[in-house]
Design a protein around this ligand. Structure first.
Ligand code: F6R
Length: 248
């Protein structure tokens, strides 16, 4: 893998935002859409902040951007504060000129009998755009990417998943109490992620240092879903010094 270590979170985030912006502009010059796979959580917040700044102050347009988010809790109403739909609007979409019809985030206020078809349709939509040009990833402390928890198959596609206890614990602060944290989510699969033409994994802070070393220097195993990234040439690992501190 290609490692790209920055002295602090801000520099790492700005690098990621600039890489995304360059892709968008490059596709505009070719008259093509830029198909982006986007993540939520704490890690990409500064990335989105910089993309908003580039739009507001430097004329970056998102008119050709097609976005697919990685995941969403199940069940959750898209308008609830904890939903990833809310997160994406708040941190990015409300502040840029993306066409609303180009935004895709798993909608999970679905009856159980509609989930399978919904997940298959999400995959088909990504394929119909020719796949993801760039996938932005964070990493969970248990090595998850998207909500592909330990044990997820490397050939998995979009589906309903059960959330790991550590994932639910890390979400407790957002939901207030553990009981309020959903037990499931819809997540794109590991296969879907690894098909992206470029993958940027961003990890920030000391709390990610242990899993970064384990996932990227340890055995490739479904016990640590992100370990599959060791085998994918188009992956770039972007870290701040703290997240990189335990790499051996
Ligand atoms: C979010 C996602 C998750 C997060 C991961 C890290 O869409 O797919 O895999 O990237 O849980 O979360 P943070 O960034 O909050 O540490």
């Amino acid at each position: 893998n290609r490692f790209n270590v920055w002295s602090d979170a801000e520099k790492a985030s700005i690098y990621v935002a600039r890489t995304i912006a360059e892709l968008i502009v490059q596709q505009q010059h070719l008259g093509k859409p830029a198909v982006l796979g986007l993540a939520t959580g704490n890690t990409p917040k500064k990335v989105y902040q910089e993309l908003v700044r580039l739009h507001q102050n430097e004329g970056l347009s998102f008119h050709n951007v097609i976005s697919f988010n990685l995941d969403e809790y199940y069940p959750i109403h898209p308008e609830s504060f904890q939903s990833y739909t809310y997160f994406m609007k708040h941190h990015l979409f409300n502040h840029i000129d993306i066409d609303e019809s180009n935004i895709h985030i798993p909608h999970t206020d679905l009856s159980p009998d509609r989930i399978l078809q919904y997940c298959n349709d999400y995959e088909t939509k990504i394929k119909n755009y020719g796949g993801l040009d760039l996938q932005l990833l964070g990493i969970g402390r248990n090595g998850h990417i998207g909500f592909n928890e330990p044990g997820s198959k490397f050939d998995s596609t979009t589906r309903l998943v059960n959330l790991h206890s550590l994932t639910r614990l890390d979400a407790e602060a957002d939901f207030g109490t553990m009981e309020m944290v959903p037990h499931q989510a819809i997540s794109i699969g590991i296969h879907t992620i690894t098909q992206a033409k470029k993958i940027l994994l961003l990890a920030l802070g000391e709390r990610k240092s242990e899993i970064i070393n384990k996932a990227l220097k340890g055995d490739v195993s479904t016990d640590v879903p992100a370990s599959i990234l060791q085998t994918i040439p188009q992956v770039e690992i972007v870290l701040d010094a703290e997240a990189a501190s335990l790499i051996q």
